[in-house]
Design a protein around this ligand. Structure first.
Ligand code: 4NP
Length: 162
């Protein structure tokens, strides 16, 4: 069976989405599911293209034993062809991605990350970029829950459409 390909999307691709990618890959490895999933991340703006994740994101992830090596890249229309599921951190990311959708099939691939969080709060992963260290830890806790929630949804419903 072809691998299911998941793309995590935020604004800069240096804080939230590379951490979501790292946590999802970690959960896939822990559960022995490498053969079934691939993950990547992208941002809807190009300000940080080529950069490693923000030092605060990397430090927080490393404090939880997770090393992040993703290099930021910009979301593009071709990503609709490469990925089965496009999981966005907030509504602005959803709007930016949907603006590039070509048809209803593209649109149906776009989801909000906190849809998979058992504690969904306001439905969005807050942008920690302009805040303090506690914001990065809050994002880590949200994304740890939501990535596990997403993986268990995918495992129980491989045709996941929402
Ligand atoms: P991210 O955070 O979308 O979680 O990667 C941000 C990073 C950079 C900027 C905004 C958000 N920025 O405006 O440069």
């Amino acid at each position: 069976m072809a691998k299911k390909r998941i793309l995590f999307v935020c604004l800069g691709n240096i804080c939230r989405s590379p951490l979501a990618e790292g946590l999802f890959v970690e959960a896939v490895a822990t559960q022995g599911l490498h053969a079934r999933y691939e993950a990547d991340s992208a941002g809807t703006n190009r300000y940080h293209t080529g950069e490693l994740p923000d030092p605060r994101t990397r430090q927080n992830a490393e404090s939880h034993g997770l090393a992040l090596t993703h290099r930021a890249r910009t979301f593009g229309r071709a990503d609709f062809d490469r990925f089965n599921l496009i999981v966005c951190m907030d509504q602005q990311n959803v709007q930016n991605v949907l603006a590039l959708a070509r048809n209803a099939d593209d649109e149906a691939k776009v989801h909000l990350m906190r849809h998979y969080d058992p504690e969904p709060g306001d439905g969005q992963v807050p942008d920690p970029y302009f805040g303090g260290a506690d914001g990065f830890e809050q994002v880590y806790q949200i994304l740890q829950r939501a990535t596990l929630g997403l993986l268990s949804r995918l495992e129980s419903d491989p045709s996941l459409k929402n």
